[in-house]
Design a protein around this ligand. Structure first.
Ligand code: IPM
Ligand code: MG
Length: 369
């Protein structure tokens, strides 16, 4: 089967980590006999510079005719003014919305060898293996925004709105995922204050009772969750939450691991029952890291692991995804890593040499016919 992938390298270290992701994808194609074709589009700051907008129409069209999207990172000091009319983040928010990518999966697990890069005590981290399922196309991010002036001065508002349908579909994605893991789901909300959270609470409670009775279900207020993520992170399996809480909690959760350079993410749309592929956008959690761009210092593993998520979630290629994940683990185990996760006394490898090594291991995997 032939798969069409849109590449949106973006800004900063985006292009260099995407290049390593492609190396590894090519290795999968050669070893497992798939054909991946790629086409590149503009997004973020580089798109603003070339076209005046962070998300050119051509980019949306390219993504729409592809089976999946790989994105590097957007943004940088050059475009950093939050009051500017066009900003790189509009590209990211716009493409999520345009492609209907409502379910954002952000897994966090800690490789035993990397436990000491975390700022937390090692005994807290041993069994950490959680996924945050963040709602990605609704809530306060996309509600009506106002900025006005009256006799008392300026005022502003951001509307947070959720419909029953938006909550139901993301809860089902999260509960189905829990079923393939440790059968536990935590809804994170602020139901003691917010009406949207009370809607989330009642819908989720009903769905879990009626459709997923075998999945252990709990709800937790977002402030308490922020605390428990640090105090007892290994108790979590799947967390489901609204857009903004998910944004904040996933940055916090990434620090369980110490480096953001290791964490992939998937943003999925609705499954299309009549199609063999499910549209998704895959990107590392880290940003564009302009301070190290172009120096070969960026850790490509988050991007490479995002490629694994693409193979699993968009194309259903589980063996291939596992081959990439095992090869990324080999990089860590053999010390073939960039400076952000190198141990004292280990020499830091370049972005390109980490990608070469991982691609080499993927090529060496023995494929069962
Ligand atoms: C993320 C980022 C984005 C978000 C920003 C860049 C708009 O923080 O993907 O988590 O808030 O969703
Ligand atoms: Mg964020």
């Amino acid at each position: 089967m032939e798969y069409k992938i849109a590449l949106l390298p973006g800004d900063g270290i985006g292009p260099e980590v995407v290049a390593e992701g492609i190396k590894v994808l090519q290795a999968v194609g050669d070893n497992f006999g798939h054909s991946f074709t790629t086409n590149t589009g503009l997004i973020g700051g580089c798109a603003i510079d070339e076209t005046g907008t962070a998300l050119p129409e051509a980019t949306v069209a390219l993504c729409r005719e592809s089976d999946a999207v790989l994105l590097g990172a957007v943004g940088g000091p050059k475009w950093d003014n939050p009051d500017a009319k066009v900003r790189p983040e509009q590209g990211l928010l716009g493409i999520r919305k345009a492609l209907g990518l409502f379910a954002n999966l952000r897994p966090v697990s800690v490789h035993p060898l990397l436990i000491d890069s975390s700022p937390l005590r090692p005994e807290l981290l041993g069994d950490v293996d959680l996924v945050v399922v963040r709602e990605l196309t609704g809530g306060i991010y996309f509600g009506e925004k106002r900025r006005e002036r009256d006799a008392n001065g300026e005022w502003a508002s951001d509307l947070c709105l959720y419909s029953q349908h938006e909550v139901e579909r993301i809860v089902r994605v999260a509960a189905e995922l829990a079923r393939t893991r440790r059968n536990k789901l935590t809804l994170v909300d602020k139901a003691n204050v917010l009406e949207t959270s009370r809607l989330w609470r009642s819908i989720t409670t009903r769905i879990m009772r009626d459709e997923f009775p075998e999945v252990q279900f709990e709800h937790m207020l977002v402030d308490a969750c922020a605390m428990h993520l640090i105090r007892r992170p290994s108790d979590f399996d799947v967390i489901v939450t609204e857009n903004m809480f998910g944004d904040i909690l996933t940055d916090e959760a990434s620090m369980l691991l110490g480096s953001m350079g290791m964490l992939p993410s998937a943003s999925l749309g609705a499954p299309a029952p009549d199609k063999p592929v499910r549209m998704g956008l895959y990107e590392p959690i880290h940003g564009s890291a302009p301070d190290i761009a172009g120096q070969g210092k960026a850790n490509p593993l988050a991007m490479i692991l995002s490629v694994a998520m693409m193979l699993r979630h968009s194309f259903g290629l589980e063996q291939e995804a596992l081959a990439i994940e095992a090869s990324a683990a080999s990089a860590v185990e053999s010390g073939t890593v960039t400076g952000d996760i190198a141990k004292p006394g280990q020499s830091a490898k370049t972005t390109g040499s980490v990608g070469d090594a991982v691609a080499g291991w993927v090529r060496a995997v023995v494929v069962n016919p």
